[in-house]
Design a binder for this molecule. Structure first.
Ligand code: ATP
Length: 224
């Protein structure tokens, strides 16, 4: 059964009298335990689709469902806070906080754990992502790009959600770092039963996903 589903999405920009469709009657469903990629030419609408799945934007028509509940009914703020995590190309970490403090931010908003417990969870998550204790106490600006993205993934995991959405998460990384991040996504899907949806330009990443979709002219097709 799917955990996340988009049904009949229409998204367009009004250009004078005409509607320029980015998504046209788009349907897609995602399951837990799988690693998905969405590919497509620049400007094809990948980020738009991810933004709708993340409840960051709303379609003119159509619905997004989380476990059969319309995310509009869940409430977009609640949905983004409690149901999903988003990973961005440029990490979106808070530069004046350490790695541990960055990972604690969502927990401080959503959890009733004591700060000490939150810190322990953050340190363990960072360690699991390959950021040792010594580095986790550094400001994130003192970490490499690959390390910063690992911190962002640890942060995404801190609220223990089932759905991880990532927009070009390896866009700023070299090939070796890219592959390390891809291995983490595979592990999250296959070992931790997460639903991982990644927008990417990389055919190499698409090849390694369980399902790949191609977005072209507003339509989503199996990428074979
Ligand atoms: N405010 C806007 N008004 C009009 N068109 C817009 C606006 N914002 C975005 N677009 C257009 O919507 C289309 C889809 O953009 P989107 O960012 O979703 O594409 P993308 O596939 O993620 O691109 P890329 O791979 O380059 O990141 C693009 O052609 C873009 O120019």
């Amino acid at each position: 059964m799917s955990i996340l589903k988009a049904s009949k999405l229409n998204y367009y920009y009004q250009d004078g009298d005409t509607r320029r469709f980015i998504l046209k009657n788009t349907n897609v469903a995602f399951e837990k335990g799988k690693f998905y990629t969405i590919v497509g030419q620049s400007g094809s609408g990948k980020t738009t689709l991810l933004s709708l799945l993340a409840g960051l934007d709303t379609p003119q028509e159509g619905r997004v469902f989380y476990e059969k509940k319309n995310i509009e009914k869940i409430g977009y703020d609640t949905y983004r806070r409690d149901y999903i995590s988003i990973i961005f190309q440029n990490y979106n970490l808070i530069p004046y906080l350490t790695a541990v403090e960055n990972v604690m931010v969502p927990m401080a908003i959503t959890d009733n754990k004591l700060p000490d417990e939150q810190e322990t969870v953050a340190i363990n998550l960072l360690d699991y992502m390959g950021i040792p204790n010594e580095k986790s106490k550094r400001l994130v600006t003192q970490l490499s790009g690959g390390e910063q993205q690992r911190v962002a993934i640890a942060r995404a995991l801190s609220t223990n959600v089932d759905v991880i959405l990532a927009d070009e998460p390896t866009g700023n990384l070299d090939e070796e770092m890219e592959q390390e991040i891809v291995e983490i996504f595979k592990m999250l899907a296959h070992k931790h039963n997460k639903c991982v949806v990644v927008v990417t330009h990389s055919p190499e990443i698409a090849l390694q996903s369980d399902h790949s979709y191609l977005l072209r002219k507003g339509a989503l097709k199996e990428n074979v």
